[in-house]
Design a protein. Structure first.
Length: 466
């Protein structure tokens, strides 16, 4: 049995941001070109329809935040569980005591071979949804990985495989509200997963139901970023969430190192993909908390930089250079290649609220003048990281998903950004100007990068017969 590819499932804490329509306000402010009088009027108008006036129209005079404190640091929430199939939905709020029960059901539903056991564990009234949970379509399966390599799955999901051990990164196989995720890839055999590593909390990297579905047992460790406090930019404390559902978890500090089997893991800072790239820092602890990782095996080493780049706290090029100085060159760098002109970007439409009006106005002037730089690495920053790492190879990833073995035609998930192939060309051009020798390789979801005496080859992943 498999969970139906038509089914959307989620289990998340409900944060109370006061009903602020972040996307609508971002559009209105940009249409007004951040004119103070027009922005004040928009904030006043929307305040009137909110349960409480949590917007600050006076920000245009005092230069302060556009939102009240309870939006930046929301109060503790209840939880929300949802199952959706087309237009039909089961949606319910949960208290914290009920969350482990639902999590146990999701584990069982993802792994059980006996439908009666799943029916017996159903934690809600009525059983009409039980007939929608599964598909009996005889899909092909990934064969159990036997050889070292980097296995590229959907979007940002990777399996780092050594000779004996597998670490799964950012599993989102059930996150089916993202484009093309119904073109579901076969799930990696859970026996291949000895640990999971999470990079950060955006919905294309952190999805609790997917995590539970990909773990063979609650005692398999999950490595998560440390979170100073839940906020507008990091909605939940990952470590606390996993403890609540009974999952073994660790949250090592940046600069830490640990082992899983025969894989050494360095935990690196996650700078970038924040509301701004440079200038004054945001308030203490208010950020999208994340980790980058360096994996070292007997056969290869790699740096996984995800969506990182630079922000006022630091720059990943310096982080990579220090890793290279301490640990030596790496065989491969992996990173997203999209350009993120934060905070004027619809994909993270709440980012504007994390900074005061005076700072937002300055960023908008830079945006209009074409001076605003990407807070993600983009092809240029990824090339600079490769040079700093003395990397032999670069592998683009976390650029979206368009189906198994399908090329990525838009690294912005359909927002009109270049294809992955075009980004690779831009990287080669940047590396040429920098004097770098890194080889930029083409690969697709459903392929594995294997290393043999330092040489990298890309091959299709092996599938069993349906």
């Amino acid at each position: 049995m498999d969970l139906s590819p038509e089914l959307f499932v989620d289990l998340v804490p409900l944060q109370d941001f006061g009903g602020v329509p972040f996307s609508e306000l971002l559009v209105k402010m940009m249409e007004a070109e951040l004119d103070p009088a027009r922005v004040r009027a928009a904030l006043e108008t929307i305040n009137k329809r909110l349960p409480a006036p949590v917007l600050r129209p006076q920000c245009v005079e005092d230069g302060g935040y556009l939102v009240e404190e309870q939006v930046l640091v929301p109060r503790k929430s209840t939880w929300w569980f949802v199952l959706q199939d087309a237009e039909e939905r089961l949606s319910t709020e949960l208290d914290a005591e009920s969350v482990p029960v639902v999590a146990d059901f999701l584990r069982l539903a993802a792994h059980a071979q006996d439908e009666q056991k799943v029916r017996a564990a159903w934690p809600f009234d009525g059983d009409e949804w039980l007939g929608r949970l599964f598909t009996r379509r005889p899909d092909a399966r990934w064969l159990m990985p036997q050889t070292p390599g980097i296995y590229r799955l959907e979007h940002a999901t990777l399996l780092i495989r050594s000779r004996t051990t597998g670490i799964l990164l950012d599993p989102i196989s059930l996150q089916r509200r993202l484009p093309n995720m119904k073109r579901l890839m076969p799930r990696m055999p859970t026996e291949a997963v000895n640990a999971v590593a999470i990079t950060h909390g955006h919905v294309d990297h952190w999805h609790l139901p997917s995590l539970l579905a990909n773990l063979p047992r609650p005692e398999v460790p999950v490595v998560v970023p440390r979170v100073a406090y839940p906020s507008l930019l990091t909605f939940e404390d990952f470590h606390a969430t996993l403890k609540l559902v009974g999952q073994e978890t660790i949250a090592p500090a940046w600069g830490g190192m640990f082992r899983v089997g025969d894989i050494e893991v360095d935990v690196l800072p996650f700078y970038g993909e924040q509301p701004l790239r440079e200038g004054d820092k945001l308030r203490e602890g208010l950020r999208s908390w994340g980790n980058c990782y360096r994996f070292t095996t007997e056969d290869f080493s790699c740096l996984v930089l995800v969506d990182a780049g630079a922000d006022p706290e630091g720059d990943m090029v310096q982080v990579v250079a220090e890793s290279q100085r301490r640990r030596g060159p790496v065989d491969a760098v992996l990173a997203c290649q999209r350009t993120f002109l934060s905070p004027f970007f619809g994909g993270l439409s709440h980012y504007w609220a994390a900074m005061p009006w005076s700072q937002l106005q300055g960023l908008y002037r830079d945006y209009k003048a074409g001076r605003l730089r990407s807070s993600t690495a983009s092809p240029q920053g990824a090339a600079e990281a490769c040079v700093a790492a003395h990397a032999r190879y670069f592998l683009g990833y976390a650029n979206g998903f368009e189906g198994m073995h399908s090329p990525i035609t838009d690294v912005g998930w359909g927002d009109g950004e270049p294809s992955e192939e075009r980004c690779n060309t831009l990287m080669r051009e940047a590396l040429g100007k920098l004097g770098g020798s890194t080889q930029v390789l083409e690969w697709r979801p459903g392929q594995v990068a294997r290393f043999d005496k330092g040489q990298l080859t890309v091959e299709p992943l092996a599938l069993s017969e349906p």
